[in-house]
Design a protein around this ligand. Structure first.
Ligand code: WQD
Length: 338
């Protein structure tokens, strides 16, 4: 069986990807420093897939740990999730983001080179597009300067991999995620936002669960159908499956790098997300409209033709499924908390 190293494999997207990799017949080793996850996620993953995981609690920035890991295992490829991803926190603490996200990638690339591992899937983000003139965005859409240090680390990470691939034996795929939401249908794994969620869907579910008083919609005076911002929300399980498709394809493109948008291709407004949640949860959500949030782009959603055709992947869950699974997950963790 081909063995894959998943860095940050106990995190939100990482854990769902480990489940899909195992279901597709890969052996998985996870390295995770538990900065944004808990060790208990491992048992939950195993309870879904029925397969064990080699787990190393450690940091991709630690060269010794990485050398030991690559000496111990003959990896077919690596999926690199381990990075900080809170936009607001990155504005308050840019150095922490540059240090962890960029140095971590460089340390990983060094370990891959020293041990002859060639296949890399990199977790990037639609954030790299900034405020896109033309919609839907295609992969050739010009990359803008990022709205946050978090976005900058994704732009720099992509450039490092593109440059490195020109000179070294690496086959790389960059996956530009749109807005990952929802949870595994089993409600055994999902998103554990640290503290007060900055993202829309966890804030919605925590408001519905009574953890938050009310949702504040950040602005309804945008030039969109209902005045609220538009995003391309994608179910985290669909996103996870895109990583498996990328790992299947990556060794067919030796010494090169390619980039794919990973979205549904549909834009949904904030109010449409709220409505879909209310319809699937049968709960009237308590919300008000407040001022715009700095840094928000008015609308962005993906052109997904490239990933549909080249990787033979497309999203299967719709917005209502995403809200339903997000709600099932919220109820399962609320039960655990209470
Ligand atoms: C979506 C919409 C908000 C909270 C971020 C990162 C991006 C990616 C996904 C990692 C916006 C509105 C939100 C709230 C609201 N992360 N909103 N009230 O900002 O599109 O993307 O997460 O890759 O890099 O930037 O997601 O969920 O924060 O916001 O009205 O309490 O919901 O204004 O219009 P965003 P989001």
């Amino acid at each position: 069986m081909k063995k894959i190293l998943v860095t940050g494999g106990l995190g939100y997207i990482g854990s769902h990807t480990v489940v899909e990799l195992q279901s597709s017949g890969y052996d998985v080793v996870v390295i995770d420093n538990l900065d944004n996850s808990t060790e208990g996620v491992k048992e939950q993953i195993v309870s879904i897939s029925g397969r064990s995981i080699d787990l190393v609690i450690g940091d991709v920035n630690d060269e010794q740990t990485m050398n030991r890991l690559f000496q111990e295992h003959n990896f077919y490829g690596v999926i690199h999730f381990a990075a900080y991803k809170a936009v607001g926190e990155s504005v308050d603490n840019p150095i922490k983001y540059y240090q962890n996200n960029i140095t971590g990638l460089i340390c990983l690339l060094g370990a891959m080179e020293r041990h002859g591992v060639q296949n890399l899937i990199f977790s990037s983000s639609c954030t790299v597009y900034g405020i896109a003139e033309d919609l839907p965005v295609i992969e050739d859409t010009p990359i803008k300067s990022a709205e946050s240090p978090y976005g900058t680390t994704k732009i720099i990470g992509e450039k490092i991999i593109q440059d490195y691939t020109k000179h070294k034996n690496i086959n790389a795929i960059l996956l530009r995620y749109f807005n990952p939401v929802g949870a595994h249908p089993s409600a055994k794994i999902g998103e554990f936002p640290n503290g007060v969620p900055s993202n829309l869907v966890p804030y919605i579910t925590q408001t519905a669960a009574g953890i938050r008083e009310q949702l504040v919609i950040h602005g309804n005076d945008y030039n969109t159908s209902d005045g609220t911002c538009i995003r391309d929300y994608i179910h985290v399980v669909d996103l996870a499956k895109a990583h498996v498709k990328a790992m299947i394809f990556v060794d067919k493109m030796p010494n090169s790098v390619d980039v794919f948008n990973v979205g549904t291709g549909n834009g949904s407004s904030v109010l449409e997300v709220v409505k879909a949640f209310e319809e699937r949860s049968d709960i009237r959500l308590n919300y008000i409209v407040g001022p715009r949030r700095d840094g928000d782009v008015e609308q962005i959603f993906a052109d997904t033709q490239k990933i549909n055709h080249v990787l033979q992947w497309q999203a299967e869950y719709d917005l209502h499924d995403m809200m339903y699974h997000a709600w099932l997950w919220q109820k399962s963790i609320s039960r655990k908390i209470n």
